[in-house]
Design a protein around this ligand. Structure first.
Ligand code: ADP
Length: 510
């Protein structure tokens, strides 16, 4: 079915016409039936009246025949009566008793009987199936100027007589109703089509055709001569199209402007990116060269101070303390230099992980030994509950991570604070390493930020705590490279716990 036909058949106008017309049909049928019934009743009344007029015509003849008991005369009279088209039978009674009859009559017991033209019964038709109705009148004979009732006559007629009479009128009524209905239907369809269906279809097609890219070419003309709802819709639709076309032009303009701006911004961004990359490269080159330059003298300082400490005589305690400070500071500095170098290399592809079975216990003990010298200034204690756990990773890198986290736990701790290192296995079977401190803690809003390179929280800056803000960034990079994860749980003034979760060997992807 085409869309047109579908729309037409389902349009409001068609539905309206169908609805109104259906109701009209019901009313028309009811009126027609009413008319037929009235016509029938009227005709029946007319026939009954006609039967009555027979009384005046035939009563004198009948009265003479009955008075004289002249059967022949009576039979002739009855034959004459039966010749009238509306009469189907006549019955004569004397003193309530059947005397004679002709045609179809009803006996006193209700039986329908048929008599021939000689007034002889020929059949019993049976019960009243012929819708018989009758008119009875007395037969009076005037003898010596006095009227005497000598019997009664009943004239019969039936519904088929009425039907024959009304037949033509009924056919006319029906034809009249049919013609009126057809004419009204045609009028309805024609007017509905002209006033509703066609304009609505045009409107629907126009709405259907609305294409944002071709608004200028769309026009709508509903051919409405008079101002009505449709003309209002038509003008609103045209207005809307015009507004849409204007808006489209505005959108195209802003689109072009936006594209231009995006191009400019992209160019600026590319330039800034290049500049940033160059600056980053320069910074990396600088850091790498500085670290190399610092490494050799630092090794000499650390090594020299250790040799001097060994050669120290027992009484020279002042110099011994000084040498210890030089050694600790040198060690700290060389660890920082190593971190800087690793930070520079960690962003390059040549940074590799040496996958091996690592004994966490050994790594933790050696790391604690490494940071032990830095705990003395603040009198920090480091507790470690030993447990045997192996992980598949790079032991050198794990140590580097742990030293960084321990260094932070010392730096951001309180005087006489403590650090706890412990290992565990989580519900999924992954080994975890925890570094817990009793330090200043990290606000929840900063916990994501601290892993960004060169980012130091206010506390570190205002209290002039050593550091350049690459420790945790390096930790994150190393952890990622070993396919492990790092998380932090911290509460201000209570302390922080950093947790490293290692993957099981079977889960590692090479
Ligand atoms: P650095 O220590 O050199 O500043 P890091 O990258 O190691 O750089 O740490 C980044 C920042 O995170 C630090 O400046 C400090 O503010 C905060 N931070 C790191 N570890 C801790 C900790 N254990 N307790 C409180 N703050 C910490």
């Amino acid at each position: 079915m085409s869309t047109n036909l579908f729309l037409k058949q389902n349009s409001i106008a068609t539905q309206l016409i169908n609805f109104v017309f259906s109701i009209y049909c019901v009313i028309a049928v009811a009126i027609t039936v009413g008319q037929i019934v009235i016509e029938y009743k009227h005709t029946q009344q007319a026939i009954e009246d006609e039967l009555k007029t027979n009384q005046q015509i035939f009563e004198p003849v009948l009265s003479a025949g009955v008075w004289n008991l002249d059967k022949e005369q009576i039979t002739n009279t009855l034959n004459g009566m039966l010749a009238i088209p509306i009469v189907i039978g006549v019955k004569i009674e004397q003193k309530g008793q059947f005397f004679t009859g002709m045609g179809i009559i009803k006996s006193n017991s209700g039986e329908v009987l048929k008599f021939n033209e000689n007034a002889k019964p020929i059949a019993v038709v049976g019960a009243d199936s012929t819708n018989i109705f009758s008119y009875e009148f007395p037969i009076n004979y005037i003898f010596r100027g006095k009227s005497r009732e000598v019997g009664s006559a009943t004239i019969y007629s039936n519904s088929s007589v009425i039907i024959q009479r009304v037949q033509f009128g009924v056919i006319l009524i029906i034809i009249n109703a049919i013609i009126k209905t057809i004419a009204l239907w045609c009028l309805f369809v024609w007017a509905g089509n002209r006033l509703l269906i066609k304009p609505l279809l045009k409107l629907v097609h126009a709405i259907d055709k609305v294409d944002f890219d071709e608004l200028g070419e769309l026009e709508i003309n509903l051919d409405n001569k008079r101002e009505n709802e449709l003309t209002i819709i038509e003008s609103s639709f045209s207005e809307m199209l015009k507004n849409l076309a204007d808006t489209r032009i505005e959108i195209i303009k802003s689109h072009l402007l936006l594209e231009e701006k995006v191009k400019e911004r992209t160019k600026d961004l590319l330039e800034s990116k290049n500049e940033a990359e160059q600056a980053n490269k320069a910074k990396s080159d600088f850091l790498s060269r500085i670290s190399h330059e610092l490494n050799t003298p630092l090794n000499a300082i650390v090594g020299g101070s250790q040799v001097l400490q060994c050669n120290m005589t027992q009484g020279d305690s002042d110099n011994s303390i000084l040498l210890k400070h030089i050694n600790t500071a040198g060690l700290h500095l060389s660890m920082l230099v190593k971190d800087i170098m690793d930070f520079v290399y960690s962003n390059k592809d040549e940074f590799e992980v040496n996958w091996e079975e690592c004994n966490l216990n050994d790594i933790i003990i050696s790391s604690i030994v490494m940071v032990q010298p830095f705990t003395q200034a603040q009198n920090i204690t480091i507790d470690y509950e030993q447990k045997e756990h192996n992980v598949y990773a790079d032991s050198g890198r794990i140590r580097q991570i742990l030293v960084n986290l321990l260094n932070n736990a010392i730096k951001y701790n309180k005087k006489n604070g403590f650090i706890e290192v412990y290992t565990s296995v989580n519900s999924e079977g992954a080994v975890q390493m925890h570094i817990k401190d009793s330090g200043i803690g990290i606000d929840s809003s900063d916990q994501e930020l601290i892993f960004e390179p060169f980012l130091r929280l206010d506390y570190a800056k205002t209290n002039c705590i050593d550091g350049i803000g690459i420790g945790l960034s390096l930790v994150k990079t190393l952890v990622d490279r070993m396919q492990a994860t790092v998380s932090v749980y911290s509460k201000i003034n209570i302390g922080s716990t950093f947790t490293i979760t290692f993957k099981q060997k079977k889960e590692i992807q090479h």
